[in-house]
Design a protein around this ligand. Structure first.
Ligand code: SAH
Length: 361
């Protein structure tokens, strides 16, 4: 499926910027430079983020002159859907073309009452975690503000074309990339997400997942723009270094835990620790007890994820018995623990399986 109305977005906008790349304040400056009062930015913003305008010419509550001037001086470029796959469990994976051969993926996951969208923050990823398929491809580049949030606009058009009453409610930055290594664009995107005349997502509905990057993790934690999830995956530094060498060496486990203690949390707020269970590697009862110990001074809950096999990666899924025993040890020690049900495995849309524009899918 291809959206022909829009050319693929490119990070190089030439002298005509992509309106989707502007923050609200940048848009105010932009309309002011076109000779319009700054309040016009509010109308343009609504057209972009609420009404899904594909061209400034559609913005009918602006004067004809202003529409023409906007159209001459800017473009609206969305990511283009190059492939849409639907899993037997309803999960939808979209392969998006950003132009110049750059592809990313985003995943729409149906829950009981709503959809959750898994967003990418980078094309590829530099972290090279050994169990993650995206990590094997290396980093291509950071996504822009318009490319990060454009994934939501594209998802909305897909959901509108489906026979579903469920709307898009939750966002998780758990697609391709390490969000905190694209910090400025991430932060600007989160600010735009919460704009009441725009996408209007509450910060409670947005989660950013990270391997743990300083100083970004502390800055993000203090900004209060979304919930924090930390990919932990090992209860000790030595194993963490084997599983996620770059991340673990850059910020050793004890330092990571120290930083997390400094993050202000509201009364009912928690840090989520993600822990991918790899059969025979990090799923033993002793490792569960070690995990309890290291988390004893952090206000956190644990989200276990059974490893999703990916071709070419040297790990096995954990046995159901190991998963249950691991979960029970945490539970018995009073740690809130959930087991993430992986969705979309049959279309390689599950966690750690995202690898855009690959010929093998
Ligand atoms: N770079 C960030 C954002 C990506 S999140 C981070 O790592 O947190 C992707 C989530 O999927 C992470 O929790 C990651 O550890 C998990 N994951 C990666 N590969 C996986 C696999 N093969 N099976 C199950 N989960 C995996």
């Amino acid at each position: 499926m291809t959206q022909s109305a829009n050319a693929p977005a490119s990070p190089d906008q030439g002298d005509r910027p992509n309106l989707l790349d502007l923050s609200f304040h940048q848009l105010e400056d932009f309309v002011t430079r076109l000779g319009e009062p700054p309040f016009r930015a509010r109308q343009v913003w609504q057209w972009l983020w609420q009404k899904g305008a594909a061209s400034p010419l559609e913005m009918t509550n602006l004067s004809k002159e202003m529409r023409a001037r906007l159209d001459e001086s800017a473009v609206i470029r969305l990511p283009v859907i190059s492939k849409q796959l639907q899993s037997s469990d309803g999960t939808i994976k979209l392969l998006l073309d950003l132009g110049e051969g750059v592809g990313i993926e985003t995943v729409l996951i149906p829950e009981k009452t709503h959809y959750t969208q898994c967003l990418s923050s980078q094309a590829g990823c530099a972290m090279a975690c050994t169990f993650c398929r995206t990590g094997q491809m290396g980093l291509t580049r950071n996504l822009t503000h318009g490319e990060i949030l454009g994934q939501i606009l594209v998802a909305r058009t897909v959901l509108a074309s489906l026979d579903t009453k469920l709307s898009l409610r939750n966002l998780v930055f758990m697609g391709m990339g390490e969000p905190l290594l694209n910090y400025n664009n991430l932060l600007q995107s989160l600010e735009s997400l919460h704009h009441p005349q725009g996408l209007d997502f509450s910060s409670r509905r947005v989660t950013v997942s990270t391997v743990g990057i300083v100083p970004g993790i502390l800055e993000f934690g203090r900004a209060g723009l979304g919930a924090l999830a930390v990919s932990l995956h090992a209860p000790d530094q030595a194993l963490r270094e084997k599983l996620m060498p770059k991340a673990a060496k850059a910020l050793p486990l004890d330092k990571l835990l120290e930083v997390l203690k400094k993050i202000p949390l509201k009364p009912r707020e928690n840090i989520t620790f993600e822990y991918v269970l790899l059969g025979g590697v990090n799923d033993s009862p002793q490792q569960a007890r070690d995990l309890v110990r290291i988390l004893s001074h952090v206000k956190g809950k644990v989200n276990l994820i059974a490893y999703n096999a990916s071709p070419g990666l040297p790990y096995d899924a954990p046995s159901p018995e190991a998963v249950e025993a691991f979960q029970k040890i945490l539970w018995d020690k009073g740690i809130t623990v959930t087991l993430r049900k992986s969705k979309g495995r049959d279309i390689f849309a599950a966690c750690g399986q995202l690898l855009a524009a690959s010929a093998d899918e």
